[in-house]
Design a protein around this ligand. Structure first.
Ligand SMILES: [Zn+2]
Length: 145
């Protein structure tokens, strides 16, 4: 079951590839810039999220998908990674069916030479990674000298 925070990460990652959230009638299209601010979401992103996850959530879709934001938040869907591009894609638990990955209409994706879309950086984890890497390189140097 997809949690609201997973759905937000799902949207944030696709926003980075230029996919928009559109309303059923085509009147509203949202793509926040910037997507992130510091280690969280930008106020533009949060505003769009409040629009598309509200009581109108059944009217909003990520471009190239059939699942409304309401579907994704309903508990019947979970977010898994696409076999082709590793991007998050909704799969339905009830029918064992796979949603079509929005990458299917992106001719330039996957692109191994581009950085992968990211989630908001959690500073603590990020710093811990850097520390681990420093410790590893220090212990390597000790071995060498
Ligand atoms: Zn894909």
């Amino acid at each position: 079951m997809a949690s609201p925070s997973q759905v937000k990460i799902y949207l944030a990652q696709w926003f980075q590839l230029g996919k928009r959230v559109v309303s059923q009638d085509g009147q509203n299209r949202y793509l926040p810039t910037p997507i992130f601010a510091g280690e969280g979401y930008s106020s533009e992103f949060e505003w769009i999220w409040s629009q598309v996850s509200s009581h109108h959530a059944d009217r909003f879709y990520l471009e190239g998908t059939d699942q409304s934001i309401a579907d994704l938040l309903s508990g019947y869907w979970q977010i898994e990674s696409c076999a082709r591009c590793q991007m998050p894609v909704p799969t339905c638990q009830a029918h064992w069916s796979c949603g079509i990955c929005p990458c299917s209409d992106l001719t330039t994706w996957p692109n191994e030479s581009l950085p992968k879309p990211r989630s908001p950086i959690q500073t603590r984890n990020y710093l811990r990674d850097i520390c681990t890497r420093l410790e590893q390189s220090e212990s390597l140097e000790t071995v060498v000298s």
